[in-house]
Design a protein around this ligand. Structure first.
Ligand SMILES: [Mg+2]
Length: 234
């Protein structure tokens, strides 16, 4: 297997700060999507309303592009462009995003959480590690809904960041807030083009949760992988 030598092992003694991405890393996004599509279908039938679907689709599409382009103050561009594309008012767009992207998924998150996270988070705390969250979406409520706890939570829309991944600003801010260095940090994510590149640019080691190996990247399938074994044993 073609893996860089320095990626083959991770010395957890060197790591003080363990930073997690949220969506697709801490929970199964496909499982959540199935539940959300069911809710959207009910909503469409009951309310005879299709408009919210175009807002969500447009919003997501523009968000991805603003991430690729690394646009500063992405949120105001995102809302303005969604308003312009869909023809809905700003108030309506904000309401739909709040309801369908931020609030409605919350009660489903715990049932979609990946196994082994309670044990890993407990192991990290037991080993004296600091836990950080670095997300492109607001994450406080999600972490609580996942029944997990973190020492630091940083999201792309926070003041002082306002940039989506793969811009490393949020990660760098988190590391300095926690009082560590890039070398003492590891980022655990699911998207190479977002988490992987952000970590690389911040000089931070990265582990990618993936069912398939990714060339040049250290991956793992489950949170009870042998990679985490030193943290899981007492
Ligand atoms: Mg993710």
């Amino acid at each position: 297997m073609k893996v860089r030598r320095n990626l083959q092992t991770i010395d957890w003694n060197e790591i003080k700060l363990v930073v997690f991405d949220v969506d697709g890393t801490l929970y199964d996004q496909h499982a959540l999507r199935v539940r959300m599509v069911r809710d959207m279908l009910f909503h469409t039938i009951l309310r005879r309303d299709l408009g919210f679907l175009s807002v969500i689709k447009t919003y997501r599409h523009i968000r991805e592009r603003l991430g690729d382009m690394e646009v500063f103050d992405f949120e105001s561009h995102l809302i303005a462009e969604t308003v312009a594309t869909t023809g809905f008012s700003e108030e309506k767009v904000l309401t739909i995003v709040h309801e369908w992207i931020e609030q409605r998924p919350l009660p489903y998150l715990l049932s979609c959480r990946y196994p082994g996270l309670t044990e890993l988070f407990a192991g990290l705390k037991r080993s004296g590690k600091v836990i950080g969250i670095f997300s492109d979406y607001p994450a406080y409520q999600k972490i609580a809904a996942l029944d997990l706890a973190a020492d630091y939570i940083v999201s792309a829309q926070d003041d002082g960041i306002r940039l989506l991944k793969p811009h490393p600003k949020g990660l760098e801010l988190l590391i300095s807030k926690a009082g560590f260095t890039a070398a003492e940090t590891v980022l655990i994510g699911d998207r190479i083009e977002r988490d992987g590149i952000a970590a690389q640019r911040a000089g931070v080691r990265c582990l990618i949760r993936s069912s398939r190996p990714k060339q040049e990247w250290q991956t793992f399938v489950r949170f009870d992988d042998h990679l985490f074994a030193p943290l899981l044993s007492d």
